[in-house]
Design a binder for this molecule. Structure first.
Ligand SMILES: [Zn+2]
Length: 65
């Protein structure tokens, strides 16, 4: 169960897939991850950030630009 008031300031993390070997995680709270060769690595960044900074992960997580 989630309490809505705890999520007011939470950002939403997502992975931007910019090319075949270029993916970067970023978050609406201002955080952005390192550029990764693998989408899976960028996904790990997004999840790790969400857990550490109490942000949410977007659905779908990976967005193709
Ligand atoms: Zn965030």
């Amino acid at each position: 169960m989630t309490a809505p008031e705890l999520l007011v300031d939470a950002g939403v993390a997502s992975v931007r897939r910019l090319g075949r070997f270029d993916a970067t995680a970023s978050c609406s709270c201002g955080w952005s991850g390192r550029r990764r060769l693998l989408v899976a690595a960028a996904e790990q960044d997004a999840w790790a950030h969400a857990m550490r900074d109490r942000c949410e992960v977007s659905t779908p997580l990976v967005l193709t630009w």
